[in-house]
Each structure stands twice: as C-alpha cells, then as structure tokens.
Design a protein around this ligand. Structure first.
Ligand SMILES: [Zn+2]
Length: 267
C-alpha cells in the first residue's frame, strides 16, 4: 500500500514539474499561463500528449524534438525528476512515520501547502538560474498563499505561533535588505529580499537560520569551485536564489536534525 502512495506521489510530482517547465517558458515570453497548448520552442510545432509524458518522452525521443530534431534542454527532465523527488520527501516528512494511518485535516492541509510551496520554490530556482531575476508574480503569490496557510495552520497546530513566522519573515527580509542597501544592489538583488520574506514565513524560527547558514555555505563552496574552474571571477554575477532555495529544502527536511547535532556538538 505504501509503495503505491509513493509511486503516485512521484508521478504526480513529475507532471507538476512538466507544468513548471511550461510556466518558466511562458513567464519569460509573457504568454498567458493557462491558455494555449504546449509547443516546441524551436519549430513551434504543437506537442502531442505523448510528447508531454514527463521523463519518459525525453528518454524515448532521445532528448530531441520529434518534429524538427532540435535538442531539448536537460532542464525539462531535471525539473521533472527534482519535483517528483521533492514530492516524495514531503510525503515522507508528513506521513512517513505513521504508515499513512493518520489522515487528519490539518496534516493534509500542511501536505498540500508544502507541495504548492515547493513547486513555487522550484520555479524561482530555475527562473533565477536562467534569467537572473525572480518574477514578482510568483513571489507575491507565494507570500499570499503562505499568509493564508499560516493563518489556518499555525493557529490550529501545536508549535510556533503565527507571529513567530511573521517575525522570521521580516527578520530574513531585513537581513537581505541590509546587504542590498550596503552593497547598493551588487551582492544581492531586491528579489532576494522578497524571497527572504517568503522563506522566513515558510520555515519560521529557528529553521530559517539553518536555511540561511546552509545557503551561504553552499554558495561559498560552489563559488570557490566555479572560480577555481575558471568559469567565474570574483566580479561575476551569480544568482543567489538557487542557494537560498537549496538551504530552505535542507532546513525543511533535515533542519531539526542539524540543530540537534549542532547543539550536541557545542555542549
Ligand atoms: Zn521542434
């Protein structure tokens, strides 16, 4: 029974990933999100249902468009697999220990909220990596959804209060705002300030600290790696949102373990 749940969740995640790829493309080309069929970005040929099966169609078509033969970006299967994987981790986080026996309304709300929020994080991750900008439409929707979720969830569930989540949001945004102000926007864009607000609101205290610390840690390692490989210099612009989002997922799935480990380590 469990295996079926995991399988359905993964397949559902890859379909959402496929939809996210489409949104990433349409957000950049200023097309309507929901209307119109999908087409090949090179030859504009409409795609059939078969061409849209996540991961599978990429493998069968050997990564090429069936109509014009142009290479399909690795972004497509990678986003599908990543979203499927994230959905699995969320399923495991929410229902893993309970053998799927405890389906309370509150855990279900949290489960679906986490699926939506992680999809929005994937969207921002890829969009910032490609275009060096975080779309306002996405980040404001994310903050709005999180506001309503926290209103419902944090007032009902045992744990940190709504106000503590809101304070974490302002704390993280304030931190990035200061970096933005001091560096006059060179080290960090204003989009990171808004993303910081979303992350703080999403994780709350103290997980937001784990996210920020992990983000700077991963950013430093990858930054040094890119400079050593000669791909970037100290003056290169590097999008920071992908690191922040990696940090956020680390905090979501392993934050408590990391905090426990750290507390044991220093005592
Ligand atoms: Zn084509």
């Amino acid at each position: 029974m469990n295996l079926i749940f995991y399988l359905i969740t993964f397949i559902f995640g890859t379909c959402i990933g496929s939809f996210l790829n489409c949104l990433i493309y349409r957000l950049n080309s200023k097309q309507s999100f929901l209307r119109g069929r999908s087409f090949c970005p090179h030859c504009k040929h409409e795609l059939s249902l078969f061409d849209l099966i996540p991961i599978f169609s990429f493998i069968v078509l050997k990564g090429k468009c069936r109509y014009c033969g142009k290479k399909i970006s690795w972004q497509y299967p990678l986003v599908e697999i990543a979203t499927g994987g994230l959905f699995l981790l969320i399923l495991n986080l929410q229902f893993g220990g309970s053998q799927f026996s405890i389906f309370s309304l509150l855990t279900s709300i949290r489960f679906f909220y986490l699926l939506i929020a992680s999809s929005l994080f994937v969207l921002v991750f890829v969009y910032d990596l490609k275009h060096y900008i975080i779309p306002d439409k996405v980040i404001y929707s994310a903050i709005g959804i999180t506001f309503f979720y926290q209103l419902i969830y944090s007032f009902q569930a045992v744990g940190p209060s709504f106000w503590s989540f809101l304070l974490s949001a302002f704390g993280a945004a304030g931190f990035f705002f200061l970096i933005w102000l001091i560096s006059k926007g060179k080290w960090m864009g204003f989009g990171d300030v808004k993303l910081g607000f979303f992350i703080g609101f999403f994780l709350g205290w103290p997980n937001v600290l784990v996210a920020l610390f992990s983000a700077f840690f991963i950013g430093a390692i990858i930054g040094i790696g890119l400079i050593a490989l000669g791909k970037k210099t100290l003056k290169s612009q590097v999008p920071f949102a992908p690191f922040l989002i990696m940090g956020t997922f680390i905090a979501l799935f392993w934050g408590q373990n990391l905090i426990n480990w750290y507390v044991n380590f220093i005592i």
